[in-house]
Design a binder for this molecule. Structure first.
Ligand SMILES: O=C(O)CCC(=O)C(=O)O
Ligand SMILES: [Mn+2]
Length: 198
């Protein structure tokens, strides 16, 4: 038996030079609002400083890294925290939905519309040549912006409460993604990107 055979079909989102899959509601044993409240309350959130072009900045969001391996980007090395039972439950659901294994998760807490994430690709070498990333969102809907590196085509996806967005194949090689700030009054949102570090 294939341990990671998916039992929930993702809906493919067609786009050039990459793979995207969508699931409107990840099956979990608790309502989304309970998961959101627990993630906010139980996570050891950090306000990280990153170095971009030699300058130090505070990231406009809170984050936490869980897994067995350290994670490095933008001059930052996040020491890993162990998976908790709550994170393990969400990881198992994400593995079942996508048919991929994950050994790490980056959590990001967007407290309101002023919190954001700049355009980037998750293309660190330790994620392998075709990173598989399962992005699970709870709370306020925020717009996920995608931009093709060569053609500059753009795509905007509303990431709704309880949803899973899968990024695979050549997605990170060819596209950048991010979460823009918004002037709309929006509540809290927590996003989890499950990854597999080799
Ligand atoms: O919050 C999101 O939906 C995006 C998160 C993301 O791109 C990341 O953690 O690398
Ligand atoms: Mn990312």
């Amino acid at each position: 038996m294939d341990l990671f055979a998916p039992d929930t079909a993702l809906t493919p989102i067609p786009l050039r030079d990459g793979e995207l899959g969508w699931l409107a509601q990840l099956p979990l044993p608790w309502p989304n609002e309970v998961v959101l409240a627990r993630l906010i309350a139980e996570t050891a959130w950090r306000e990280e400083t990153v170095v971009v072009y030699g300058k130090r900045h505070l990231q406009p969001r809170l984050s936490a890294w869980h897994g067995d391996k350290a994670y490095r980007y933008s001059g930052l090395s996040l020491a890993p925290l162990p998976f908790t039972p709550l994170l393990d439950t969400i990881r198992l659901a994400a593995e079942n939905a996508t048919g991929r294994p994950y050994n790490s998760v980056l959590l990001n807490y967007y407290r309101d519309g002023r919190d954001s994430m700049g355009m980037h690709s998750d293309d660190e070498p330790e994620l392998g040549p075709a990173p598989a990333i399962a992005s699970v969102s709870f709370g306020a809907t925020r717009t996920f912006s995608l931009r093709h590196k060569a053609t500059k085509e753009t795509l905007k996806l509303p990431l709704t409460d309880g949803s899973l967005l899968f990024m695979g194949g050549a997605m990170q090689a060819n596209w950048m993604h991010g979460i823009n700030k918004t002037a709309r009054p929006v509540g809290a949102r927590v996003n989890l990107t499950f990854r597999n570090i080799e």
